[in-house]
Design a protein. Structure first.
Length: 217
């Protein structure tokens, strides 16, 4: 016979395991896939988009599918054309500038690039390159598009381009509005509920059932 004491002890153990899983999930690194686009040095650990530029007409360059906890990094160059990407996210996702820098292969050597986000090219040009960024449901659903405009240089502060957005297939457009060169470093991240959080919710639900059973006894 299963006793109330045994049930409570088992639930306490489950909650402890869940809390440990949450702590570990915070330290774990999610899988990140990267692409280098346009006439800029290859970023270490990324793939080169072929042909060189992202498609400038829908549906754009296919980034594939991202699942919970995965990210796609885009390192590109924009002038007065449009870079267009398409992707599918299985979870809610967000799109942000990357401010942490990266390593690139410059003249055959690895060089650490400390300035990232949305910057003029060359970095000291101070030319005020402007882009509009659009996010649109790939199915063309009415009202599914959102847009934001940015001017160089954005290298710190609020990284948000598009906040948490529903799962689905989307077209992401980066549209250069004037004839100035700029580099962009952008991350698309699928945001899952940590595995530890799922365990904790399950455990707390079980604890509630045990309490109700005890109250009914």
């Amino acid at each position: 016979m299963v006793t109330k004491r045994w049930m409570i002890m088992r639930l306490v153990k489950t909650i402890s395991i869940a809390l440990a899983a949450i702590a570990l999930s915070g330290a774990a690194h999610a899988a990140t896939f990267g692409w280098t686009e346009g006439l800029r040095p290859d970023v270490v650990g990324t793939n080169r988009i072929v042909p060189t530029d992202a498609n400038n007409a829908p549906p754009g360059f296919d980034l594939g599918t991202i699942n919970g906890g995965q990210s796609i990094d885009l390192h590109g160059r924009i002038v007065d054309a449009a870079d267009i990407y398409q992707f599918t996210s299985k979870r809610k996702f967000r799109i942000d500038f990357i401010f942490e820098g990266f390593d690139a292969i410059v003249n055959g050597n690895v060089k650490t690039i400390n300035t990232s986000g949305f910057v003029s090219q060359p970095l000291d040009a101070d030319d005020g390159a402007v882009v509009n960024m659009f996010l649109e449901d790939a199915g063309g659903l009415p009202g599914a598009a959102a847009g934001n405009s940015f001017v160089t240089d954005i290298t710190s502060g609020d990284s948000t381009i598009f906040g948490r957005t529903a799962p689905g297939t989307y077209t992401f457009t980066i549209d250069g509005l004037n004839n100035f060169d700029a580099l962009y470093d952008i991350r698309i991240t699928a945001v899952p509920l940590p595995a530890g959080g799922l365990l904790l919710l399950t455990a707390l639900g079980g604890l509630g059932i045990a309490r109700r059973r005890r109250a009914a006894a």
